[in-house]
Design a protein around this ligand. Structure first.
Ligand code: PGA
Length: 249
């Protein structure tokens, strides 16, 4: 079934304010009138500046995390209220760098997912196995667990605002990409698993992005797979000349 391609850039902890604004301006210009779905995941401190650039365009403004709780005494946290106040529309949650560097648990990720959805934000929920888990034949089990834990309490209706990003951790920022066949196999597994959790209709609609060293040279083959509906792009999203070619496939 034909699902729109959804290409998202995850800027991670990169760019200066001037670079962020300039990159957003380039993307607005170059993606004007293009028909895929687009989002940029911008560092918190530059969201407000970038919001002025992407407002009213076909590029969604995304954050890279959000607090699991409403406003209050939570030092250092950033709430859904604050994100919405400055025009953020989407949030990347469960990224492997937060799972494995910061130690976020599936339970915490699920709280954030529910909070974001209940507050009307879109969510990109990242899942994916470590190299040792893949080598132990556990890739599917890890993805199934992260899906069921991450989506616990999320309704079928809310799934319309959820995108899944399958990002094998061993492929992130390493230059190693899963082969299109390997990626397709896991994407298909995840879609079938979502059908079990919800329904075939929900599974047919849900966008499943691939992430992990995706670039213009390998994106066409990955995106040609029937269950790969887009990409979550890190390194190649930091320059318009490397990101835009993926966006227009
Ligand atoms: P990468 O990052 O494209 O640099 O591998 C992808 C991601 O972590 O979202």
């Amino acid at each position: 079934m034909a699902r729109t391609h959804y290409i998202a850039g995850n800027w991670k902890m990169n760019t200066s304010k001037a670079e962020a604004v300039a990159l957003a301006k380039d993307l607005v210009e170059q993606l004007k009138g293009k028909s895929n779905k687009y989002m940029i995941g911008v560092p918190f401190v530059y969201l407000d500046a970038v919001a002025q650039v992407v407002k009213g365009t076909n590029i969604l403004l995304g954050a890279q995390d959000v607090a699991a709780t409403p406003n209050g005494a939570h030092t250092g946290e950033v709430s859904t209220e604050m994100l919405k106040d400055i025009g953020v529309q989407s949030v990347i949650l469960g990224h492997s760098e937060r799972r494995h560097e910061i130690g976020e648990s599936d339970e915490l990720i699920n709280k954030k997912v529910r909070r974001a959805l209940n507050e009307g934000l879109e969510v990109v929920l990242c899942i994916g196995e470590l190299l040792a888990e893949r080598e132990a034949g556990e890739a599917e089990n890890v993805c199934a667990f992260q899906l069921s834990a991450g989506l616990a309490g999320v309704t079928a209706e809310q799934m319309k605002k959820v995108t899944i990003a399958y990002e094998p951790v061993w492929a992130i920022g390493t230059g190693k990409t899963a082969t299109p066949e390997d990626a397709q196999a896991i994407h298909k597994f995840c879609r079938d698993y979502i059908a079990k959790l919800y329904s075939q209709a929900v599974a047919d609609e849900v966008i499943i992005q691939y992430g992990g060293s995706m670039k213009a040279s390998n994106a066409p083959e990955l995106l040609a797979q029937p269950d790969i509906d887009g990409g979550l792009i890190g390194g190649a999203a930091l320059k318009a000349e490397t990101f835009v070619p993926i966006c227009v496939i």
